[in-house]
Ligand binder design. Structure first.
Ligand code: ZN
Length: 446
């Protein structure tokens, strides 16, 4: 008789078409979804090792945070209601004061927060000493694409955070040699480029070239703020997307985080080249505006969602979906009297399938179907703000939060069951986090 390691029994299932399938069960073997069918039929064909009761629960693909900052986890509450420049006054002194043990503790707190809010995969956009974070993420069982913070120019940055172009390229290459594909393929290494202002033309061009040779990705902050656009126009007589295009950087292996300031012609180029646009709605709204998501989607662009880390908000992607829904309704919907300018189905796709493409696992992940990766979360529906509902697709976006996630499975392994995290000692992580956060705060003088 064939074997299954895990079966989620009799749950509601969010299908790849964004419909709700009722009364079915999901059978998992090793790291894949092998069968989705009625429990009675599965039982006839398979020997089952472990069963989770899915009664009153909804199974959906795990959320993917396609732009976050491990090294800003201890900056929570530290960047809101501050005058500019937050980057030079707060972020730079903070990140440059971290040591390896702080980064390790940050990664464990990040992982704990992600597991408890339904995130199963992430793209770390680039922090200092990021090798120390990989150890924490390996323990967590989460799936992630990780980059070093890479900067080789800008006088405002202390020399400890900058290096020569060659040194930076070598550093990511050796990180790649050491960690690419570890944790059963869950961890991958991307080339980080902090932003156009802090990276030389050579660094950008060669990072793109090396990433293509190694068949991996590049993660950059792009068209996030006006200063960056002004810099590109002044220095290169091109807008940021055109500048990266001239350096052969645009492609399906590029994460362009934020992307709120794009012109029509940039949007069509981004779509043609299948760049992964990643909006961080709460972060974008607090500083640089509302992204042009409906225009991007209409042009056929790939769009994912990110939290931009925990410094300004938290790592709950359900909140990002809600804020983007409201922002687009105000900016596009109201002016055109279009009540379906940002549907729940499209938002759920951004947070799952869009994120999977950004992690370069679009063909294997981001949806619940036979043969796909078993990265699954269960939502506890038995709550007064969720059930009953006439339309669980709308309810997932408008009502559910990360706190309603009861179980998390990544790569076929159960990381959280009934909100008990199985891979970490939660109390120890919280204790260590406080200790490290206090110590960095003192050292950074903020
Ligand atoms: Zn960011």
């Amino acid at each position: 008789m064939k074997k299954l390691n895990l079966v989620i029994r009799d749950c509601l299932i969010l299908t790849p078409e964004m419909d709700i399938l009722r009364g079915s069960s999901i059978g998992i073997k090793e790291n894949k979804i092998v069968v989705i069918s009625k429990y009675e039929d599965i039982k006839k064909e398979y020997e089952i090792e472990q069963t989770i009761d899915g009664n009153n629960k909804l199974a959906m693909p795990g959320m993917i945070d396609a732009h976050m900052h491990t090294c800003q986890q201890f900056l929570r509450g530290g960047t809101a209601d501050e005058y500019p420049m937050v980057w030079s006054r707060i972020l730079v002194p903070f990140e440059s004061s971290l040591d390896e043990s702080d980064v390790y503790a940050s990664s464990r707190l990040c992982a704990l927060e992600m597991i408890k809010s339904g995130t199963t995969g992430f793209a770390e956009s680039g922090g200092p000493l990021i090798h120390a974070a990989i150890e924490g993420y390996l323990e967590s069982g989460l799936r992630g694409k990780i980059a070093y913070s890479v900067m080789d120019q800008d006088d405002a940055i202390p020399s400890s955070m900058k290096s020569s172009t060659n040194e930076l390229l070598k550093r990511t290459q050796s990180l790649y040699n050491q960690y690419q594909g570890v944790g059963n393929g869950r961890i991958g290494i991307y080339f980080g480029l902090r932003q156009i202002l802090t990276c030389s033309t050579d660094l950008i061009r060669e990072s793109g070239q090396l990433a293509r040779e190694l068949n991996t990705g590049v993660h950059i902050h792009l068209e996030e703020h006006r200063e960056e656009v002004r810099y590109c126009l002044q220095k290169f007589k091109m807008r940021p997307v055109d500048y990266l295009d001239s350096l052969n950087l645009l492609g399906p292996n590029l994460i362009a985080a934020h992307s709120v300031l794009m012109t029509d012609s940039e949007i069509s180029r981004i779509s043609e080249t299948q760049v992964n646009v990643v909006h961080c709605p709460r972060s974008n709204l607090s500083s640089h505006g509302i992204p042009r998501t409906p225009t991007l989607l209409e042009a056929g662009a790939t769009v994912g969602l990110g939290t931009d880390g925990a410094s300004g908000h938290n790592m709950d992607l359900f909140q990002e979906m809600k804020i983007l829904r409201s922002a687009i309704r105000v900016s596009y919907g109201l002016s055109l009297f279009d009540p379906v300018s940002m549907t729940a189905k499209s938002l759920l796709k951004l947070a799952t399938k869009g994120g999977a493409k950004a992690l370069m696992i679009g063909s294997e992940g981001g949806e619940l179907a036979e043969g796909k990766l078993a990265d699954i979360i269960l939502i506890d529906l038995d709550k007064p703000h969720i059930s009953p509902s006439l339309n669980y697709i709308n309810t997932l976006v408008d009502n559910v939060s990360g706190l309603d996630v009861s179980d998390s499975i990544v790569d076929g392994k159960l990381l959280m069951k009934d909100r008990e995290v199985l891979v970490f000692d939660e109390q120890e992580i919280l204790y260590e986090a406080k200790r490290h956060a206090n110590s960095v705060k003192k050292r950074a003088g903020i």
